[in-house]
Design a protein. Structure first.
Length: 185
């Protein structure tokens, strides 16, 4: 199968990842979520473009991953989650978002469109990632494994087949997107 060659070829995986990242950044740019004003509008609850784009991406990604997994094209490797890791991750993400005004994905997309503030922020993101990597062993021993979640996935947690969760979440997302459209957001 052609996909077996791709799995064994690190260079092809890197090029595919680079291509996918460029397409993702392009789509973020076209969706308007790399614009600082749009992001601030989302935080002020006056512009729901970011929510609409991200929920659409989650919907497409969720269905796509489920279909690829079901077709045998991918294997998922979940990592055990915890309250400690979620809190630390949320604090780091939130602090960076508050300081920069972009999340990592929208910052990278904004750099691609020439935003100097986002380029400077990307340096901060790289430095922060380096600091986290340096502190990771200590954090892993002390905080990150506190409050381990009882299951790795939502289907495991609720005890149903993954397809049922995909359909349920897809309907929920579609309903939210519909409401945002009807309400004029």
């Amino acid at each position: 199968m052609a996909f077996e060659h791709l799995r064994a070829n690190n260079r092809a995986q890197i090029l595919l990842g680079l291509f996918t990242g460029i397409v993702f950044g392009f789509l973020l740019q076209k969706g308007g979520v790399t614009d600082y004003g749009v992001i601030i509008g989302q935080l002020l609850l006056t512009d729901f473009t970011v929510v609409q784009v991200m929920l659409s991406a989650v919907l497409v990604g969720m269905i796509g991953i489920y279909a690829m997994k079901r077709g045998g094209f991918v294997r998922l490797h979940t990592r055990v989650g915890s309250i400690g890791a979620t809190v630390i991750g949320g604090l780091i993400f939130g602090a960076g978002f508050a300081i920069l005004g972009y999340c990592p994905g929208t910052a990278a997309g904004a750099v691609g469109s020439g935003a100097l503030d986002a380029a400077i922020g990307m340096i901060g993101i790289a430095l922060g990632a380096g600091i986290f990597a340096r502190l990771y062993p200590r954090l892993d021993r002390s905080v990150l494994n506190r409050g381990i979640f009882p299951a790795d996935t939502i289907p495991d947690l609720v005890g149903v087949r993954p397809g049922i969760v995909v359909v349920g979440v897809a309907l929920l997302i579609a309903g939210i997107l519909y409401l945002l459209t009807v309400l004029g957001f």
